[in-house]
Ligand binder design. Structure first.
Ligand SMILES: [Zn+2]
Length: 215
C-alpha cells in the first residue's frame, strides 16, 4: 500500500472530522504536497456539504405534500359542510309541516261560510300568513284520502282542510306573508250536493273540527 492509498482511506474520516490527531496531521501533511489526494478530499467535502441541502429539499417536498393533503382534506370538509347546509336549507324551504294549531290560533282564525251559493274558507291572522294546503277529502269514517279518480264517490262527503307552513318559517320572527285575511272558494253548493261538511283536519293528532255543515 503506497502512501496515497493509505491517505485516501483516511480521507472520509478526515472530511467528517472524526480521525485521530495523528491521522489528521498525516493527512494534512500529505495533501499539502499531493494534488491528487487534495482533489479527492475536496470531492468528499462537496458531497458532505451537499447532503444537508438534499435533506432539506426532501423535507421541503414532504412538507409541501403534507400541505397539499391538508388543503385537500380541508376542501373536502368545507364541501361536505356546504352540502349538509345546503341540504338543510332546501329541506327548510321546500318541506312543509302542519301549522302549530295553538301557536297560530288556528281554530279562531279559520272558518267556513256560505254565501253566493258557495261554501268559502275564511282565513285570518297568523293562519293567513303561510301556505294553505290543498283541501283533502274524507270518507264518512273520518278517513282522509287524497283526491283521486279511484276514490269511492259515495264517500266524498266532506272537505278536510289543513294549513301548512314551510319549516323555514320557524326561524323567522314574524310570518313571511301578509296578515290580511282572505277567502277561498271551496265549492258551489248546488254543484256538489253530496258535500255535507267542511272541517279543519289536525293531521298531527288525527282530529277533525267541523267548520261548516249542510242544513
Ligand atoms: Zn496522495
Amino acid at each position: 500500500m503506497n502512501n496515497c492509498d493509505m491517505i485516501k482511506d483516511l480521507l472520509p474520516l478526515y472530511a467528517d472530522d472524526v480521525c485521530s490527531d495523528e491521522s489528521r496531521k498525516a493527512v494534512e501533511k500529505h495533501i499539502s504536497s499531493c494534488p491528487d489526494c487534495k482533489a479527492e478530499l475536496e470531492k468528499l467535502r462537496k458531497n458532505v456539504a451537499v447532503s444537508p441541502q438534499k435533506d432539506g429539499e426532501v423535507l421541503k417536498r414532504i412538507k409541501r405534500r403534507l400541505r397539499i393533503e391538508k388543503l385537500v382534506v380541508g376542501l373536502i370538509s368545507v364541501l361536505a359542510i356546504c352540502g349538509i347546509m345546503l341540504y338543510g336549507l332546501v329541506y327548510c324551504i321546500n318541506d312543509y309541516k302542519s301549522m302549530d294549531m295553538e301557536k297560530y290560533k288556528i281554530l279562531e282564525n279559520v272558518s267556513a261560510s256560505e254565501h253566493d251559493n258557495a261554501v268559502w274558507l275564511n282565513i285570518s291572522g297568523y293562519a293567513a300568513s303561510f301556505d294553505v294546503d290543498v283541501p283533502t277529502l274524507s270518507d264518512t269514517n273520518g278517513k282522509h284520502l287524497g283526491i283521486d279518480d279511484d276514490f269511492d264517490k259515495e264517500k266524498k262527503n266532506g272537505y278536510g282542510v289543513t294549513l301548512k307552513q314551510r319549516r323555514i318559517d320557524d326561524f323567522s320572527f314574524s310570518p313571511t306573508g301578509s296578515l290580511k285575511s282572505f277567502e277561498l272558494k271551496l265549492f258551489d253548493l248546488y254543484e256538489k250536493e253530496d258535500m255535507m261538511k267542511v272541517f279543519y283536519y289536525d293531521d298531527v293528532n288525527n282530529k277533525e273540527y267541523i267548520l261548516w255543515e249542510r242544513d
